[in-house]
Design a protein around this ligand. Structure first.
Ligand SMILES: [Fe+2]
Ligand SMILES: [Fe+2]
Length: 170
């Protein structure tokens, strides 16, 4: 198999967005419990890896170079998603609110992706304008993504660390 061409950072992150959108669409159409669980787990895996590589590599590279408020909101939006991801991973398709949690996660992610990809003023557009080295970042993101995906597949998705809020306890 030909070696995958290195993607620049934004191309890689956008491809992740498209992949997860497709999974959400499949979940919407699914009816069998096992299929739903499998798709929801794939969604949670993809999003956990994606949030982690953005927070470890891409967002820090944006620090000081993009609108500070927008960057902060991105971290908070990730944490909101992580709470739902944890809920979904701990639950199952027979739970009363399972489908609703996946749906709300989908809506939150749609909003978040819009904030990242919006033309001109989105986070990615601002990062592009700031002339970050997107090829070098793309390589770092791809390497870390491969590492985390393997790790999470082997030992399960760890309970995500929240960056902007204390762990919620009830
Ligand atoms: Fe993203
Ligand atoms: Fe993000």
């Amino acid at each position: 198999m030909a070696e995958a061409k290195t993607q620049d950072a934004i191309a890689l992150l956008k491809a992740d967005h498209r992949a997860v959108e497709e999974l959400f669409e499949k979940f919407e159409k699914a009816t069998a419990s096992e299929r739903k669980r499998k798709l929801a787990e794939e969604i949670c895996l993809e999003l956990s890896v994606h949030a982690e590589i953005e927070e470890e590599i891409f967002y820090p590279a944006c620090e000081g170079k993009v609108d500070e408020d927008l960057l902060k909101e991105s971290y908070v939006e990730h944490d909101g998603a992580k709470v739902l991801i944890t809920e979904i991973m701990n639950g199952g398709p027979s739970d009363e609110f399972y489908d609703a949690k996946v749906k709300v996660l989908q809506e939150e992610i749609e909003h978040h992706v819009e904030e990242e990809e919006k033309r001109l003023e989105g986070l990615f557009a601002q990062a592009r304008k700031a002339e970050l080295d997107m090829d070098a970042l793309g390589q770092q993101l791809a390497a870390r993504k491969a590492e985390l995906t393997e790790e999470f597949k082997a030992s399960g998705i760890p309970t995500p660390r929240l960056t902007t809020m204390d762990e919620v306890s009830v």
